[in-house]
Design a binder for this molecule. Structure first.
Ligand code: SF4
Ligand code: ZN
Ligand code: ZN
Length: 305
């Protein structure tokens, strides 16, 4: 099959759109879509200092690669990477190495922080103490640390590699849990509750499906560490929702975009009706928290008792 836009051989058929893409047109299309997401939503502005949460996986590597490609010649935008080492032997140690060599190759400054040093324990140790829920706890600890370190390093935005698939999974999971506060956080620049210590998050890949993100990394020779955290099985619901959405997409191509658009309409309506409230401060660590003691401090206390 030939590309729908030139005579070259097609490497990808986008079934929700009906077009074939050669390597060149596929790459151009992804770059154009990411640039459009950034400009339409004003994700990055003059004077921004962007911290990219870089794990070494395909999505965060694509974000780093694309932002570096778009802004490296712009003297008004600064870019650096933050990598979190949760302490997962045989998995994260390898992806951290991949991440370090990619940052070096791009010439992007990288800061690595570990759970062990910051919290006093690794996820390997936590998983032995907690019988379940360690994947969820890992997510909470990681978001906390990313926000704290990004702020301390003077970042004005924190860019993450969330794709359309991640976003759709979160939409379904938050509906199932009835979690309105998290539900309204979807979109390229989620509206966080007001707190001066929050660094605004941006998701440049929010309209890129995960399979296209993977193909983009492959055709651009972007090195990435494959998925496969041994503790992901702990998050049963996300795995089930992922499979459910993948099956839906197979019989109804484009359903992820429909779901995202519908949720976006609801969120826009809800945001107009209810102003996002202020959030308080954890009395132990001083970080933003909806409770008097944040979940991270609670977890640390639980583990030390
Ligand atoms: Fe942490 Fe869960 Fe991600 Fe593994 S899958 S790194 S445990 S959040
Ligand atoms: Zn082409
Ligand atoms: Zn706290």
């Amino acid at each position: 099959m030939n590309c729908s836009f030139c005579k070259q051989e097609s490497i990808y058929f986008r079934n929700y759109e009906g077009h074939h893409y050669c390597e060149i047109h596929f790459v151009k299309n992804i770059e154009k879509r990411v640039k459009k997401t950034i400009s339409t939503n004003k994700l990055i502005e003059k004077g921004d200092r962007i911290a990219v949460a870089h794990s070494g996986g395909k999505d965060s590597s694509n974000v780093l690669y694309l932002l570096n490609k778009i802004f490296s010649d712009n003297p008004n935008i600064e870019l650096f990477a933050i990598t979190i080492d949760e302490g997962i032997k045989g998995y994260r140690d390898k992806s951290v190495k991949k991440s370090e060599s990619f940052c070096k190759k791009l010439g992007v400054k990288q800061h690595v922080f570990s759970f062990k040093k910051e919290f006093g324990f690794t996820i390997d140790q936590l998983s032995k103490k907690l019988k379940s829920g360690y994947c969820g706890s890992c997510g909470i600890l990681k978001r906390y640390l990313l926000n704290k370190k990004a702020r301390e390093l003077g970042a004005t935005k924190l860019a993450t590699g969330h794709t359309l698939d991640d976003e759709c999974q979160s939409i379904i999971m938050n509906v199932l849990r009835g979690d309105l506060l998290r539900f309204v956080r979807i979109g390229p620049m989620p509206l966080l509750a007001m707190h001066q210590k929050f660094v605004p998050r941006i998701k440049p890949l929010v309209l890129i499906p995960e399979n296209e993100s993977e193909l983009f990394a492959l055709v651009n020779n972007i090195p990435f560490h494959p998925k496969g955290c041994p503790y992901a099985v702990d998050n049963v619901l996300r795995g089930e929702v992922e499979e459910f959405l993948n099956n839906l997409e197979k019989c109804s191509p484009g359903i992820r975009y429909s779901l995202y658009e519908s949720a976006h309409k609801i969120v826009t309506f809800v945001r107009k009706k209810f102003k996002t409230g202020k959030i308080s401060t954890c009395e132990k660590c001083g970080e933003p928290s909806s409770r008097s003691v944040c979940k991270v401090c609670e977890l640390i206390e639980k583990l030390s008792s």
